[in-house]
Ligand binder design. Structure first.
Ligand SMILES: Nc1ncnc2c1ncn2[C@@H]1O[C@H](COP(=O)(O)OP(=O)(O)O)[C@@H](O)[C@H]1O
Ligand SMILES: [Mg+2]
Length: 362
């Protein structure tokens, strides 16, 4: 049982590179929090600060209310799993699993029992005498995880643990991690740049960009109410469409084609203000020309089986070039390139962002 708390964490590297700025975060017992963001946004640096491998320029790290900021890594009760697995190549699976325990002077009978227990729970029992080179990528990752679990660390840190696995294995290992997390009574901080992993694994998702936290929320809330345009574009695939619009009243935005998209009531926007309307491809409905909020021409239809990706260009063309949007249509949808269609924004599904600050409105 433990809580991990980060207070005002900053990291400026000697060259002046700002990697992390003003990060406050709390992860409670049994909670899996995902740090999500593009490469270079400071996720690994933050994990390394919690592990003690990196020193913060400012801020404190607490476990169970105890300040561990100045505690050396080997004295922290924190286990970290890396993308590269970092297994000892000359040791067997058994030795790798027990390594952390041996370093801590765990008596042999207890060490053996814990290694066997973890090997059993992760399906590694038949592989205990193999060396890492005799394992598949997925098995290596399980050993790396098992090594962390065997230690019964208070806090678990995972840095892109699935990114070296092929697509199929990633899905099955992800599900395994989810199950594992349910029975591990420890805070877990999980780093990924993959929004699908974040959505499926996270109890909460922390979206980061350029060293800062943009939003902390449950996965579906991040999806349904992204705090900024960046979050909106980073979470969801295919990506959200963004349309420049002008407010024509307190609750409606005039879209490029002349139609209006209605903003949720209660938002404070002034008529005439420039905004960006975000609409997810699944919320952009294809209707007869003239029936929609927007007019568009079909550019390309990609049939994916269950659904089709419809690439469209809005009519009329804007001065600064054509505006492309993406809609999702049911599988089997057919249309000719150049065909005119209407587009409707699903009611209540338009997201509004301030054109300048890119923050969510409403
Ligand atoms: N040891 C270092 N010295 C200087 N800059 C670093 C160092 N480690 C990371 N950085 C920089 O800090 C930023 C954040 O890096 P990192 O935390 O690895 O990002 P992420 O894990 O999100 O991809 C990047 O711009 C990276 O180049
Ligand atoms: Mg990283």
């Amino acid at each position: 049982m433990a809580t991990l708390r980060l207070e005002g964490i900053e990291k400026v590297f000697p060259g002046g590179q700002k990697a992390v700025t003003g990060v406050d975060l709390e992860v409670s017992t049994g909670e899996l929090v995902v740090l999500l963001g593009p490469s270079g946004c400071g996720k690994s640096t933050l994990l390394r600060i919690v592990a003690g491998i990196e020193t913060p320029s400012a801020g404190r790290v607490f476990v169970d209310g105890t300040d561990i900021t100045d505690v050396p890594p080997q004295k922290r009760d924190v286990a970290m799993v890396f993308q590269s697995y970092a297994l000892y190549p000359h040791m067997t699976v058994r030795e790798n699993l027990g390594f952390g325990l041996r370093m801590r002077g765990t008596p042999a009978p207890e060490l053996k029992a814990r290694v066997n227990e973890v090997a059993e729970s992760l399906g590694l029992a038949p592989l205990l005498d193999r060396k890492p080179f005799q394992l598949s990528g997925g098995q290596r990752q399980r050993v790396a995880l098992g090594r962390a679990i065997a230690r019964r660390a208070k806090v678990f840190l995972l840095d892109e643990p699935l990114s070296n696995l092929d697509a199929q294995l990633r899905v099955s290992t992800r599900a395994e991690l989810s199950r594992l997390h349910r029975v591990l009574p420890a805070p877990m901080l999980y780093v990924t740049h993959d929004q699908e992993e974040a959505m499926t694994l996270g109890d909460r998702v922390v979206v980061m960009s350029a060293g800062r936290i943009l939003q902390v929320a449950k996965p579906m809330e991040v999806y349904e109410r992204p705090a900024t345009r960046f979050v909106a574009s980073f979470v969801g695939s295919p990506r959200m469409n963004f349309l420049p619009a002008t407010m024509v009243g307190p609750v409606a935005g005039r879209l490029p084609g002349g139609g209006n998209a209605v903003l949720a009531a209660g938002s404070a926007v002034v008529a005439g203000e420039n905004v960006v309307v975000g609409v997810r491809p699944e919320d952009l409905l294809l209707v007869a020309p003239g029936d929609g909020d927007l007019v568009a021409r079909i550019d390309l239809v990609e049939a994916l089986g269950r659904e089709s990706l419809v690439h469209l260009v809005l009519d009329p063309a804007r001065e600064d070039g054509p505006l492309s949007v993406l809609a999702l249509a049911p599988g089997g949808f057919q249309a000719e390139a150049g065909e005119r269609v209407g587009l409707c924004v699903r009611p209540g599904k338009a997201h509004y962002f301030d054109a300048r600050s890119e923050e969510r409105i409403g």
